[in-house]
Design a protein around this ligand. Structure first.
Ligand code: ATP
Ligand code: MG
Length: 381
């Protein structure tokens, strides 16, 4: 008898992707997630991963950490034994809570096992019935799962939902424009969900970059890193050079100029750092800068693809995710972000690209971008 955690990563998601590669990445991410945990070993076994626990293992902590790994469909704490019916019956009897209605649910991943699933259900069910358990096939209080693999049988009760998605690292690397609000951390998380490694770019209004390093921006990234099982890079740029110029021109197009400025910085960076795209927390029509017209005017500043994973969410849907992943509390913390400095209270909702081009030429935006890049700083978090 042995204790383990069985991890299922869902066959369907393997379509179109090299299975071996997928398994290698998810195994690697699980090992990183459990870096500080004690366990005997992890093995791959017939489309699942088995984490063999030992006496020093902190089961609850391992479960908590697995809940942060993308690519896992579900997992469960299991007791395993030889694929032998009498051993299985004994474990089931010893571990099933009396007084509740039960159902036995067997899957046979190893078809060479001589008894089929129905028959195992029947025989184990019979033993329980004889001991006074009530069977309820339709809506049981307890489902006893028996999984028969080569050389072993696993018995488990609760299936714990995983995060789903794809393991981080199975898609490419993207750069997320992180503002410190509610939306952009959720956008970063959703890109991770589809297997992206995410780095961050933040533009700040402080006199020097050090302020950012002490701010909630770092805390947000630390929180997000829990879901990627790896460190990420934060690229910090000051707003100062642009602010100096637009401060003079102050007008209703300023917000779009600011957005385009961030994208120009991102594009310069991404060419060098080889990110495959840029992710933002834009949400259609949430604020003046995010009308379709304004997004059209903004997008023109980027030659790289822009990904906007929360574009169609309602605000409360974004907040729901933010609360679930633990970024919400940080996002609502007081922070002096650049938008509070953008002069006009009534930004245009339908910016004309000719106007934008005119202002950008006038303030010599390319020089501003150049000067800002000189002040770039990279922090590994
Ligand atoms: P969030 O979108 O994070 O909730 P927000 O709503 O204040 O913050 P918006 O003003 O809606 O941000 O900006 C839209 C998007 O532009 C943000 O989601 C983010 O991707 C990007 N962005 C805005 N400000 C910054 C900034 N200072 N640094 C980097 N990216 C930014
Ligand atoms: Mg927003």
């Amino acid at each position: 008898m042995e204790q383990l955690i069985t991890v299922h990563y869902g066959e369907l998601t393997l379509k179109g992707m090299n299975r071996g590669e997928f398994e290698r990445i998810i195994l690697d991410n699980i090992k990183k997630a459990l870096e500080n945990e004690k366990y005997a070993r992890i093995e791959k076994n017939q489309l699942r991963l088995l984490i063999h626990l030992d006496n020093d293992s902190n089961k609850d902590e391992i479960i908590r950490k697995l809940k942060n790994v993308f690519g896992i469909q579900w997992f469960s704490y299991a007791i395993s034994c030889k694929p032998d019916l009498s051993e299985i019956k004994k474990i089931v009897l010893d571990n099933t809570q009396i007084g509740k209605t039960i159902k036995v649910n067997t899957t046979r991943a190893d078809k060479s096992f001589s008894i089929n699933s129905m028959e195992v259900n029947k025989q184990v069910g019979q033993v329980l019935y004889d001991k006074g358990f009530k069977v309820d096939i339709k809506s049981p209080e307890i489902v006893i799962n028996i999984e028969i693999l080569k050389n072993m049988a696993n018995i488990f009760f609760d299936k714990i939902a995983g995060l789903g998605g794809l393991p981080v690292g199975s898609s490419g690397r993207v750069l997320c424009l992180l503002s410190g609000g509610i939306d952009s951390p959720v956008a970063a998380w959703l890109m991770m969900k589809r297997g992206c490694v995410v780095d961050y770019l933040h533009v700040h209004p402080f006199a020097n970059n050090d302020e950012v390093k002490k701010s909630k921006i770092v805390e947000l990234i630390e929180k997000l890193n829990q879901f990627s099982q790896r460190k990420s890079r934060l690229f910090i740029f000051p707003y100062h050079e642009l602010y100096k110029k637009t401060f003079e021109t102050g007008n209703k197009n300023e917000l779009i100029i600011f957005r385009r400025f961030i994208l120009k910085l991102a594009n310069e960076l991404v060419q060098k750092e080889k990110h495959l795209g840029i992710a933002t927390g834009d949400n259609l029509a949430q604020v003046a800068s995010q009308t379709l017209e304004n997004m059209l005017a903004t997008s023109g500043a980027s030659t790289l693809p822009l990904y906007r994973p929360v574009l169609t969410y309602d605000k409360n849907e974004i907040i729901e995710v933010a609360k679930k992943i633990g970024t919400y509390e940080l996002s609502i913390k007081q922070y002096r972000d650049c938008c509070s400095l953008v002069a006009t209270k009534h930004p245009a909702t339908k910016v004309k690209i000719e106007d934008v081009n005119f202002i950008e030429d006038k303030i010599e935006i390319n020089k501003i971008v150049e000067k800002t890049i000189e002040k770039k700083e990279i922090v590994i978090i």
